[in-house]
Design a protein around this ligand. Structure first.
Ligand code: ADP
Ligand code: MG
Length: 714
């Protein structure tokens, strides 16, 4: 009967709920057990007492001991967020935990929300550039160090926080270093603010000294022995050697026991991922299953969880990671570490004022830290793909703090807008050379962000509102003046993620290449910036379609991220009264047919304005073709540079005479990535000519006039 059926359904429902409850209870229990098993747990009360007693505390503990996930929870439980006002009403103050890496902030916030049984974005949240999962309710906030720095602009005394935990301080990113300098000052004014500096390694003394000999709380870690193996001979190709080592481990060692490989970036990780997948497919079920899990900063959040999933019995997990897995993220179950001994770093040359990304040997401290990752669950093994001699003689002892090897104009702009004008006397943990500081100040001056007296200009103030390099902020502002903000917003957003936009399947290289070339049709050879604009416009015209991405060998996920970035930048533009003009709204300026474009004045004007806008920020990167016909020379800094093979202008015949690049990547040579053609004097006239001397200005003029001559006699 119906009644029976209904009661049956009800029983089923009951059973379902019961099972779900049980699952939840089991999960909760296992979370509880994990929490209790962490080294920090034994010291919970001592930690709380110490924090209540001291305003500033250095906290040291081995990676995986529970610093990042547990400390904020202890403070929260101890009532640190509750703030009793005079009239006895409770208000709440937040706890901030900084992370140098975006991916660490999101993954740890997700974990802690789960541990505490909250929905991510409510009580526990995160804020990273272009992605904010926090709300009014948020009391524990994981935040990248750069984003917390930006909060000083709104809340200079950090009044909305009861505690700030500077986590991973040993990483010594620029933002972390500046935060430490600012906090040292603010704790004197805001006596209610607790500051905890958390660090994985032995550098704690330096932090303690910096703050005036403050106490160090040390949580003893537990660690199993790790056997270290070196290669007999130097490896000529560490990617190849990594793959070989992975399979040697997989075939010769017993499971369980996962492998962690340290690589320098997304490209390497993707390359190895593909080789591993291919090889596994060929070997089929001759080998035990190998689960491949990549992790790097730009990896979409939904794919990050794979590294934490328990490895099924009988199979083995290979985690392909950047140095994010050195200390920021702990993956359980790792028994084997493969360390090729390299890291990708930004290097700034103060003499030339040029910054580039370089793969360099990692430090001995990093290598020790990497090896340690193999000894968390039991005795482990670390395979160093370099010789023992090389470890001793070629690896530096400690990494160089980022602040000593970067262009500091972004940070200085930020300090200026906080009213800190005496940059040369700012309290740095390690003071950058005057040379470097002056080079960065010069750039700000050239961009118009600073006046001759060293003060922030109105333009500089607006520039500081954007979480972008000052050169990019300037491009947006000029884009607005030149009525092409919409196009500029698209291009700037595309540039933030351009590295992972196109994908080239191994078995379909030609088609992918063709698809990419097609994006150059409309803006015939004006350069990569216009290629990106075309990709964006077509995607929009196709309704943000996934299929369109697939057909064109473009990563849909990357475009989605770009869309998000663009929305946020557009909102910030609105806030700063830079508005997208009706007349420049994208589709108006796009012509259905390619053939008439050259005759269309408004189309030409648009191209010119876009170029002027880009040049207004990136003029220091103007480079001219040398007599050799293959290399370029920076007009100001005289350095020899080459077009990156991924550029749409790489094989252009005849080669472009004058161009502006976005960034330099040093591999075998200094390569310019993302290149724009400068084919008209007017591009550099209004916003950049003050920067060049007469000789360089002549060169600019020559390059463009001979181009016009070429056109006249083909
Ligand atoms: P520390 O900051 O001292 O290096 P963490 O607080 O990051 O340590 O990590 C403590 C433990 O929490 C790790 O050993 C791991 O077991 C667990 N953990 C952290 N993040 C996650 C996650 N996203 N998923 C599952 N477990 C995690
Ligand atoms: Mg940590």
């Amino acid at each position: 009967s119906i009644v029976d059926e209904l009661s049956e359904i009800r029983d089923e429902k009951h059973e379902e709920t019961r099972l779900k409850d049980e699952e939840r209870r089991a999960k909760k229990k296992s979370i509880e057990e994990t929490k209790k098993s962490l080294p920090v747990y034994k010291y919970k009360q001592d930690i709380i007492d110490a924090i209540k007693k001291y305003q500033i505390l250095i906290f040291v503990g081995e990676t995986g001991s529970g610093k990042t996930t547990q400390l904020p929870q202890y403070l929260y439980e101890a009532g640190l967020c509750n703030n009793f006002d005079n009239d006895d009403t409770t208000t709440y103050k937040k706890i901030a935990i900084t992370q140098p890496r975006r991916v660490a902030a999101t993954s740890v916030a997700t974990r802690v929300a789960e541990e505490m049984g909250f929905k991510l974005g409510n009580e526990v949240g995160y804020t990273i550039r272009f992605d904010d999962k926090s709300s009014e309710k948020t009391l524990i906030k994981y935040v990248t160090d750069g984003m917390l720095l930006r909060e000083f602009l709104i809340d200079p005394e950090m009044k909305s926080y009861s505690a700030i935990i500077i986590d991973e301080a040993h990483e010594r990113t620029i933002s972390t270093d500046i935060l430490l300098g600012l906090l040292k000052d603010i704790v004197k004014i805001n006596k209610d603010l607790k500051v905890i500096i958390s660090s994985a390694t032995v550098n704690s003394k330096k932090f303690s000294d910096f703050f005036g000999n403050v106490p160090i709380f040390n949580v003893p870690g537990r660690r199993y022995p790790v056997d270290i193996f070196y290669t007999e001979q130097p490896e000529s190709n560490y990617l190849f050697a990594s793959v070989t080592t992975i399979f040697q481990i997989h075939l010769s060692q017993d499971t369980p026991g996962d492998i962690l490989v340290f690589l320098t970036g997304q490209e390497e990780i993707e390359a190895i991922e593909e080789i591993l997948k291919d090889t596994c497919a060929k070997l089929g079920n001759k080998i035990k299953p190998l689960i491949i899990a990549p992790i790097y900063s730009n990896l979409p959040i939904e794919l990050q969880t794979k590294i934490f999933e328990p490895t099924p019995q009988g199979s083995r997990k290979v985690v392909l990671a950047t140095n994010i897995a050195e200390t920021s993220i702990t993956i359980d179950g790792i028994k084997y570490v493969i360390d090729p001994g390299f890291v990708k770093e930004k290097v700034f040359n103060p003499t030339t004022g040029m910054e580039s990304l370089v793969v360099v040997p990692c430090s001995q401290a990093s290598a020790q830290q990497r090896a340690g990752r193999a000894g968390r669950v039991g005795p482990g093994k670390c395979f160093r793909l370099y010789t023992k001699w090389s470890f001793k003689n070629e690896l530096p002892k400690q990494p160089t703090p980022e602040i000593l090897r970067s262009n500091l104009s972004g940070i200085i702009l930020m300090l200026l807008s906080l009213g800190i004008y005496d940059i040369l006397n700012f309290e740095f943990l390690d003071k950058p050379s005057n040379d470097l500081l002056i080079k960065s100040l010069e750039l700000l001056y050239a961009l118009g962000a600073m006046n001759e007296a060293g003060e922030l200009t109105k333009l500089g103030k607006v520039m500081s509102e954007f979480p972008l390099d000052p050169m990019f902020s300037k491009v947006l502002i000029t884009g607005n003046r030149k009525n092409c903000l919409s196009e500029i917003l698209s291009i700037v957003s595309m540039l933030t993620e351009s590295g992972s936009l196109f994908y080239v399947p191994k078995n379909n290289k030609e088609m992918a290449q063709k698809a990419k070339e097609n994006f150059n049709n409309r803006y015939k050879d004006h350069g990569d910036h216009f290629m990106y604009l075309e990709v964006w416009n077509q995607w929009v015209d196709n309704g943000y379609s996934y299929q369109w991405c697939k057909d064109n060998f473009i990563q849909h996920k990357t475009l989605n991220r770009i869309r998000n970035v663009r929305n946020q930048l557009e909102r910030l533009c609105g806030k700063n009264e830079l508005f997208i003009q009706e007349s420049s709204n994208s589709s108006l300026n796009r012509k259905p047919s390619d053939d008439d474009d050259d005759n269309d004045d408004s189309f030409k004007k648009l191209i010119l304005n876009v170029k002027i806008s880009i040049a207004s920020g990136f003029f220091p990167n103007t480079s001219k073709l040398t007599k050799s016909g293959t290399s370029y020379r920076n007009l100001k800094k005289q350095q020899e540079v080459f077009i990156h093979p991924s550029s749409s202008l790489f094989k252009k015949k005849p080669p472009v005479k004058l161009l502006i690049y976005n960034e330099l990547v040093l591999t075998t040579k200094e390569y310019m990535r993302n290149v724009l053609v400068i084919d008209d004097e007017r591009i550099l006239k209004d916003y950049a000519s003050h920067y060049f001397n007469e000789e360089a200005l002549n060169e600019i003029e020559n390059a463009n006039s001979s181009k016009r001559n070429n056109k006249m006699n083909p």
